[in-house]
Design a protein around this ligand. Structure first.
Ligand code: 5GP
Length: 116
């Protein structure tokens, strides 16, 4: 497993507020939330540093991250109003933890994005 901050959270070496877990995925609250709800969904067993490192064999796992985020948003009542999922890849996106992760942002209208 990856020797990153998130690897340490998976191994319970550092604390996190875990909101969802299954065989393959762990989800926990972001320590510096950018929206009222900001949860990170990460693979537990596969060390994928960035989206660019993912292989076709990992497509199912990446899809399950998306579906886990959608299911969590639905269960918390955010599906109707909507939410955002984001995966930052490397420097220009501001990626800081090199263990692939999906951000779920919800709970308020979110500003539009895409410009530098
Ligand atoms: P990135 O910028 O790599 O896409 O996202 C990394 C995220 O991890 C950031 O939103 C950051 O706030 C979050 N983060 C960094 N350190 C910790 C930590 O120790 N615990 C938790 N729960 N989140 C963290």
């Amino acid at each position: 497993m990856s020797d990153t901050l998130f690897g340490r959270i998976i191994r319970r070496e550092i604390p996190a507020t875990i909101v969802y877990e299954d065989e393959d995925i762990l989800a926990f609250k972001d320590i510096a939330p950018q929206a009222p709800v900001h949860v990170l969904f990460i693979p537990k067993h596969e060390a994928i540093p960035t989206l660019d490192d993912a292989t076709p064999a990992q497509a199912g796992l990446l899809g399950r991250l998306m579906l886990a985020a959608a299911a969590y948003a639905r269960s918390e009542g955010f599906a109707e109003d909507g939410y955002r999922v984001v995966m930052n890849c490397r420097e220009h996106a501001g990626q800081t933890v090199f263990h692939v992760h999906l951000h779920l942002l919800a709970g308020a209208p979110l500003g539009h994005f895409g410009t530098p």
